[in-house]
Design a protein around this ligand. Sequence first.
Ligand SMILES: Cc1cc2nc3c(=O)[nH]c(=O)nc-3n(C[C@H](O)[C@H](O)[C@H](O)COP(=O)(O)OP(=O)(O)OC[C@H]3O[C@@H](n4cnc5c(N)ncnc54)[C@H](O)[C@@H]3O)c2cc1C
Length: 381
Amino acid sequence: MTTGGAQTLVIAGGGLAGSLVALAMARLRPEVPILLVEAGAGFGGNHIWSFFKSDVAAEDRWLVEPIIAASWDGYDVRFPDRERTLPTRYHSCRSSLLDAALRARLRPDQYRLGAPIAAVDPAGLTLEGGERIAGAPAVDARGVDRLDALDLGWQKFLGVEYRLDAPHGLERPIVMDAIVDQEDGYRFVYCLPFAPDRLLVEDTYYSTDPGLDSTAVDARIRAYAESRGWRIAGVESREEGLLPVAMGGDFDAFWPDDGGPARLGLRGGFFHPTTGYSLPDAVRLALLVARQPDFSALGTLLRAEAVRLWRDRSFYRLLNRMLFRAASPAERYRVLEHFYRLDPATIERFYAARSTPWDKMRIMSGKPPVPIGKALAQLWA
Ligand SMILES: Cc1cc2nc3c(=O)[nH]c(=O)nc-3n(C[C@H](O)[C@H](O)[C@H](O)COP(=O)(O)OP(=O)(O)OC[C@H]3O[C@@H](n4cnc5c(N)ncnc54)[C@H](O)[C@@H]3O)c2cc1C
């Protein structure tokens, strides 16, 4: 597909990563024709994506600013032997704002909704109905795929956004409340206070089993809310998620070096190995793509970046093995409780996947919260 002589950058998948590329292109490269192709009726699905201020470089912040729905000066964590307020600013984005931003900034000829894609290749894509959309190059941002090449545990969760009869009294998010029964691995509750009477309560499990009994978890969330004295007036929305927690794997099998299309988002392995969060990588890479003078080598560029991150982030995969394989499921919370003794800057760099060698030593030091023999076994796994 060519428009006015220039080749079109075709973006497959209008979720978080693909949509951010389109927004970055609309702002930085308005002269380059783009086409964002999404199967759903809107962009971004039904999600709340959160991040710490320190996860996104100050100069990149403008890209995500329009989709931030709420921000707080700090957050709490709660463990049986440690309760703490951290000062790092926390932001939550809503997919409805991403959808609105795209519709406001893209012209109708720059996107297709309700267009399921059958296949993506380096020169374009083919829709399920057989229609061919050619452009050079195409970027595949259709979400998670080929995870069987990786050695994974899971972070699974169900969140319910409640309307309350009376103010909940929370001033800031609770990013981890682990003072709950430790069922099905490391369990914690996550709370986002969107308004004095509106609250997202999410029940999260770090588990080796990807299955989630939604009915049972829903009842646990309600029981948690009631135990905190929050009187539920109604349910605003729900979200369910299953995020990969990478412990190892064969990167070349995940993304073969075969000249295939460029990938972004979860499809390219661009997520934090421990948290499964992908927003910080998605922002940085959207801007990297938009700043390329020439898009013909995007596949090579993004694969090289994915390989670099896979190597750089091996420490987090080691931590994940410690969490899943050295600690018994009921004791996994101790690893996080021990981690949260650290200073805020070290914790920030951990979440941003930018831990320094000194940070890594600090994270691993102290009386180990897991049996030492099992921990050592993971060092060489
Ligand atoms: C419930 C939930 C909450 C999360 N919370 C956070 C968070 O707080 N912070 C964070 O950083 N990360 C979070 N994540 C993790 C991660 O950031 C998200 O999963 C993020 O949406 C991944 O971005 P993506 O663009 O790779 O995939 P997606 O956002 O899943 O986008 C993929 C898009 O491709 C489309 N698509 C797929 N197949 C086709 C096809 N054949 N044809 C056309 N379109 C197709 C899909 O409809 C979708 O819109 C969360 C994940 C979930 C599931």
